[in-house]
Every structure is written in C-alpha cells, then in structure tokens.
Design a protein around this ligand. Structure first.
Ligand code: APR
Ligand code: PHB
Length: 390
C-alpha cells in the first residue's frame, strides 16, 4: 500500500488533518487502533474557539455545528460568594466561543471521511512507524487478520498522549517539559437544562468547580478532586452536594438531573520539542497536553494540523520545504501561549492542598483584578477566545 500522508490516530487532530488534505487534493490513510464506537463515545471538552469553528466551516464539516452549537459571548468567574461576568466578545472586538462537544466534532469528521470513500481504518492493531529518516517512511499494522505495510511521503503522529509515534523517536532527540498538578477533575454529564446560560468557573475553599453544558438539555459539571481520586468514592449524591456547596449563591439554584456519565481526569501540562523528526510530524496531544481549565486542548490540536496541512500543500505544490521545516517553531508559539494560559487559569482557580493562606489571598486578588480591571479582563478574554496570529 502507498499513500502521500500516513496519519496515525483518528482523534480531532488526525481526522481534521485528513479532511484538510482531502480538500487540498492530497491523499492520506488514517489508522486508528480503537473501534469507531469507542472513538465516537469518548466524552471530552466542548469549547470551540472562533478560529476552530472557521476552519471546520471552510473544510465543509460544520453544518451540524452551526445548527446545534451554542454561541457564547462571555463566561463567569465566581469567588468570595459572587459571580462576575467576563464579556469575552465586548473585550475582543466581537469574538465568540461555540459550545459543541468534541465528541460531536469527531462524529461529523468521521461521517465526512467515510462519505468521501477515503481510507480510514478502525481497530488497526500493532501500529508501528519505520524509516523515519528516509524519504519513504512506512507504517506497519494489522487489520482484519492481515499484515500491512503502508509506504508514505510523510507520517503525521496524531495518536494522542499515549500513542506510539512520539515513543518511536530515538532517545536524545526530544526534550520534554512538564508540570503535574496535585488534583484532578471529576466530571459528570447530567440530563438537566444548564442552570446558568454561560459557563461558571468557581473558586471555592472546598476546591474548584465548573458549570458547563453540552446543549440546552444537558449539563456538564466538574469538581476538583485528588489527582488519583477513586470514582467509587463518589456516589451521585455526594457529587451534587459538592456542586451545590461550591457553585451555590444566594437566590440561585443548581438544578439536578440523572447522571448519565461520570469520570475522573488527571491534570498535567506537557510539551515536547521539537514536534518533528525526519519525516514524522507530531500533532495535538501526541506533542502536548494542557490542563482543561482554559479549554485549549482541542483548539491547539486543530491549530497544529492546520499548520501541517498548509506546509504539506506548499511542499507538494512548489517543492519548498520551508514551511515543513518551520513546523515546530510555528506551532510552539501557540502551544506555549496556551500552556501558559492554561497553567495560569488552573493555578488561579484550584485549591492546592500544599498551599497556605498567602497563596489563597494571591488567588483572590488575581481574581478580583481580572474581573475589575478592563486591561486584565481583556488579557484573559483574548486568550480564552483564541489569539489570532502569534
Ligand atoms: N495506533 C493508532 N491509533 C492510536 C494509537 C496507536 N498506537 N494510540 C492512540 N491512538 C488513537 C487514539 O485511540 C485516539 O483516537 O489516536 C487518537 C488520538 O486522539 P486524541 O487523544 O483525541 O488526541 P488529538 O486528536 O490530538 O486531540 C486532542 O483530544 O484528548 C483531547 O484534550 C484533548 O481536546 C484535546 C484533543
Ligand atoms: C466542558 O464543557 O467540558 C469544558 C468547558 C470548559 C472547560 C473545560 C471543559 O474549561
């Protein structure tokens, strides 16, 4: 088998890259080790930046997003028993965010790929990448009982944080930068209309909480827990009790509903440099992770593959490798901005078990500052909606 671009992983990064290449007339094959059902059921974050929406629209995969996505113009920060609105659109010349689950983005991309007839293999086993330094890198895998070798011009490693592509790069090439946090998020999806129109990020002595949504019928809610929290310790009643305590306000009621799904996610910041080796290019979670507080993970992944697709179009079109060679540098500018923003939002809003009362007062001062100074609020807002060029 032979293709132009071999793509490992059918998450948002791999599927979006495949779509962008298809639109540009470049062939690709996508190899995913999980089943289609599994990939389409995974619940992930749900905030799309304007730039992400624009890209999916241009790629022709945003019809349902425009029908069902909810456009938001602000978020709320809660601390000291008060809620403060950050008017994102007013502060950023009209930019908005769209609430639409990553799961839904993935379903739309898979549907478009299958409809086009272009190759996308689920349940590909023992995927491995070879000859990365040569002009004919290849991907070996097993599918439907048969062994296959796919020869490529380049390989895109879009296989997430636990994938094999990053691991295949020889020792000594990559440098990793990381930060672990002593807490995680317990998230639920509840069949109840969201109790607030906009997202509420709450700082509370008992720990952070977030009120989010997936639609006008479904709420998505999170509470800060230990990083290795056992979900069995959290019956639904306990989760609601904690949500009421942390999000509660005089005169406002948090509506409860059946819990459809719940899970704990650890939080970490992680970046590898460079994001390329020979003819392998890493994109999305394969190269970097952010804690979810800034809602940047999906948006960063989409930016990486946009950069990669543009560089590949230039290379196939003109033979120039300039943009491909600059892939790491171009991506890392945005990656590090998002790393900083996500770390900053996380540190401002969570209770660190090792922190003292000095730290608590610094957090509260920072929160008061970003909700009272237009300069500080604008800085938060432009990062949240996504910076244009960097
Ligand atoms: N072979 C083939 N596919 C693999 C392999 C492998 N060895 N290992 C992992 N995969 C697949 C995973 O099953 C997954 O479907 O690669 C895909 C990676 O997708 P994501 O983890 O969703 O990563 P990415 O596409 O970079 O999207 C980043 O997803 O994790 C969230 O918060 C993150 O929002 C961000 C976004
Ligand atoms: C979500 O709705 O899942 C969500 C929203 C905002 C975040 C993180 C997650 O910052």
């Amino acid at each position: 088998m032979r293709t132009q671009v071999g793509i490992v992983g059918a998450g948002p990064a791999g599927l979006t890259l495949a779509r962008l290449l298809e639109v540009a007339g470049i062939e690709s094959v996508v190899l995913e080790n999980r089943s289609r059902d599994h990939v389409e059921q995974r619940i992930r974050a749900g905030v799309l930046e304007q730039g992400t929406v624009d890209l999916l629209t241009e790629a022709g995969v945003a019809d349902r997003l425009h029908r069902e996505g909810l456009v938001h113009h602000g978020i709320e920060l809660q601390f000291d028993g008060e809620r403060h609105r950050v008017p994102l659109s007013d502060l950023t010349g009209g930019s908005t965010i769209v609430i639409y689950g990553q799961t839904e983005v993935v379903k739309d991309l898979i549907q478009a790929r299958l409809a086009s007839g272009a190759p996308l293999y689920f349940e590909a086993e023992d995927v491995s990448v070879h000859e990365l330094e040569s002009e004919r890198p290849s991907i070996r895998f097993r599918h439907d009982g048969g062994k296959h070798e796919l020869e490529c011009d380049v390989i895109a490693g879009c296989d997430g944080f636990h994938g094999i592509c990053r691991e295949t790069i020889p020792a000594g090439v990559l440098t990793a930068f990381s930060r672990d946090y002593p807490y995680g998020w317990l998230g639920i999806l509840a069949a109840v209309a969201p109790s607030n129109e906009e997202l509420v990020y709450a700082h509370h002595e008992r720990g952070f909480a977030l009120l989010s949504l997936r639609s006008l019928e479904f709420s998505r809610l999170y509470v800060q827990v230990d990083h290795d929290e056992d979900i069995r310790e959290w019956p639904d009643d306990r989760i609601w009790e904690e949500l009421h305590a942390r999000l509660g306000l005089e005169g406002w009621n948090l509506a409860e509903g059946p819990v459809l799904e719940k899970g704990v996610t650890g939080m970490r910041s992680y970046v590898v440099e460079p994001m390329q080796y020979g003819r392998l290019y890493l994109a999305g979670d394969a190269a970097h992770i952010v804690p979810p507080t800034g809602a940047k993970g999906l948006n960063l992944a989409i930016h990486d593959v946009r950069t990669l697709a543009e560089a590949l179009v230039e290379w196939y079109g003109s033979g120039s490798r300039a943009a491909l060679d600059a892939y790491t540098a171009t991506c890392l500018r945005r990656v590090w901005r998002a790393e900083h923003f996500s770390w900053w939002m996380t540190s401002m809003l969570h209770r660190d078990p090792g922190d003292d009362s000095f730290g608590l007062r610094l957090q509260l001062s920072q929160l008061r500052y970003v909700t009272s100074s237009p300069a500080a609020a604008t800085s938060l807002a432009e990062n949240y909606v996504g910076l244009g060029t960097l």
